[in-house]
Design a protein around this ligand. Structure first.
Ligand code: NAD
Length: 315
């Protein structure tokens, strides 16, 4: 019988908690993201499972004397203070593989919705307006699609966009040229070149000091007039105020954002702009991604925690 105790943050799906209980050990589920509640509950816990919330702060880690792993089923670990984890020998695991198809398909869906006015015309029709004639769209076929960040998701977007007969270019200084070629894209060595050439730009970078505000006012100004932007990565990679202005001026033809600099977004006027479509950070939210994240996380936890899963562990 496993003595490993698992603390699940508020919002961890029931099915995931059920599988953790079956495979790892007894599970406690929190009722909120309040730091005080977490600090009280984490004292005798070995695994802390979180999603994009709560913030896993140094105070939480310092109050977790037997904690072995912080597990994030999903990709982004920016809510976890990795320095404190390293200082206290707490492993951080995530499952970046689990949401690749979900986010890539969603990115393509946003592009098509935006370029074919699917959102707008659907909303109008629900209000009783027949928009035919007014809303002529554009195809992905024949356009240049620029992919910034050629990791798991960027590569899958490249494959689908090239199958839709876009010319795909990619920028990622950390990926060798053959990876671009293997996934239907051509590498460009300068971000400026991608921005100047692309009709559609999608962002798939991680958030760090180099990628924060990567699409600054200056970068937006380099883009083709009327180009489209899709961001399913992290909100802070775009200067949101500069994007708002570029959309208002019509320099950017349309944008689709699943992620924002603050979530939920505070700039209501911006999100109501007609040439902007928005979703509440759901790019990775599919049944399949949750299932894969659960199973990959359990496998990684088992690898890390064996042989303690079957016997008592010190506390
Ligand atoms: P990944 O780590 O596989 O790929 C990220 C790529 O960004 C890497 O190839 C890296 O080399 C590249 N990169 C780093 N710095 C760069 C820079 N300065 N310029 C260009 N490229 C740079 O990550 P992934 O799994 O493909 O995820 C991509 C993004 O999608 C992440 O921000 C992740 O948080 C986000 N995401 C969002 C959702 C959602 O629900 N919307 C779900 C999953 C992932």
């Amino acid at each position: 019988m496993s003595k490993i105790k698992v603390l699940c943050a508020f919002g961890v799906p029931d099915e995931m908690a059920r599988r953790l209980k079956e495979e790892i050990g007894p599970v406690t589920i929190l009722n909120s993201h309040e730091e005080d509640e977490i600090v009280d509950a984490i004292k005798d816990q070995h695994v802390f499972v979180v999603r994009s919330k709560p913030k896993v702060t140094p105070r939480i880690i310092e109050n977790a004397p037997v904690l072995r792993v912080v597990a994030r089923p999903g990709v982004g670990t920016d809510n976890i203070d990795k320095e404190s984890c390293a200082r206290h020998n707490v492993e951080v695991v995530n499952t970046p593989e689990s949401s690749v198809s979900s986010v890539a398909e969603f990115t393509i869906g946003l592009a098509v919705s935006m370029m074919r006015h699917i959102y707008t015309t659907c909303a109008l029709l629900k209000e009783g307006q027949w928009g035919k004639g007014k809303y002529t769209g554009k195809t992905v076929e024949g356009k240049t699609w620029g992919i910034i960040g050629f990791g798991g998701i960027g590569r899958r977007v490249a494959e689908i966009a090239s199958a839709m007969r876009a010319e795909v270019v990619g920028f990622d200084p950390y990926v060798p040229e053959e990876e671009f070629n293997n996934h239907g894209a051509r590498r460009v060595l300068r971000l400026e070149e991608l921005l100047e050439k692309s009709d559609i730009v999608s962002l798939h970078v991680i958030l760090n000091e180099q990628t924060r505000n990567l699409l600054s006012a200056e970068a937006l100004a380099m883009m083709k007039k009327g180009a489209y932007i899709i961001n399913t990565s992290r909100g802070k990679v775009i200067d949101q105020a500069a994007l708002r202005q570029a959309l208002e001026e019509g320099h950017i033809g349309g944008a689709a954002l699943d992620v924002f600099d603050t979530e939920p977004p505070e700039d209501r006027e911006m999100i109501c702009q007609e040439n902007l479509i928005t979703t509440p950070h759901i790019g990775g939210s599919t049944k399949e991604a949750f299932q894969q994240a659960t199973e990959i996380m359990i496998r990684k936890l088992k690898d890390l925690l064996q042989p303690d899963l079957t016997g008592p562990i010190g506390d």
